[in-house]
Write a protein that binds this ligand. Structure first.
Ligand SMILES: [Cu+2]
Length: 175
């Protein structure tokens, strides 16, 4: 794919997040498929990113696909064996298509894994003509340099140790 757009590919707004924390994933879509407008965005939720919830988008229909988790998760005192594995936004019609010259954002949230490391979100971008599969990842590290159609990467970082201040509960708030 020839990528001449100012905003390259599909990337996450925030490329890093602490481990075991709530994370708002903003996927920035900077162009269509060789000039064709985007009609659908499907995001595969990587293993370890739990409790994924999409944000509705006017003009687009949401769907989620559930699947078995490789590792059961604890949530609110219950053991979960299934989780959201894919989230899809589909344009309701031509009025909602995202023209290639325009820019838009698709948002979901979830909780990062306890273990630091790279999380790769594979994104399938469908257009009126053509499909871009953003699925490539490097053999190691988080640099997507040189990859033609990289997946969107989130680097999960160790939680900094701050013994002086009591930590707020994950995803919580302070009164
Ligand atoms: Cu691009």
């Amino acid at each position: 794919m020839a990528c001449t757009a100012v905003l390259p590919h599909i990337v996450l707004q925030d490329a890093t997040a602490p481990a075991a924390a709530s994370y708002r994933a903003v996927f920035k879509v900077g162009h269509g498929c060789d000039g064709a407008p985007t009609t659908r965005i499907a995001v595969a939720i990587p293993e370890g990113f739990s409790g994924a919830q999409p944000m509705p988008k006017p003009g687009w229909t949401l769907s989620t696909r559930m699947g078995k988790l490789a590792q059961p998760m604890e949530s609110h005192g219950k053991t979960l064996t299934e989780g959201v594995q894919e989230i899809t936004w589909t344009a309701n019609g031509p009025d909602s298509y995202l023209p290639s010259a325009f820019y838009d954002e698709f948002v979901l949230r979830g909780t990062t894994p306890k273990t630091p490391g790279a999380l790769w979100f594979k994104v399938t971008q469908t257009c009126t003509t053509g499909v871009n599969a953003w699925v490539e990842q490097p053999a190691q590290g988080v640099s997507t340099r040189g990859l033609k159609s990289p997946a969107a990467v989130l680097e999960v970082l160790p939680v900094p140790v701050t013994p002086a201040t009591p930590a707020a509960p994950a995803g919580g708030h302070i009164h």
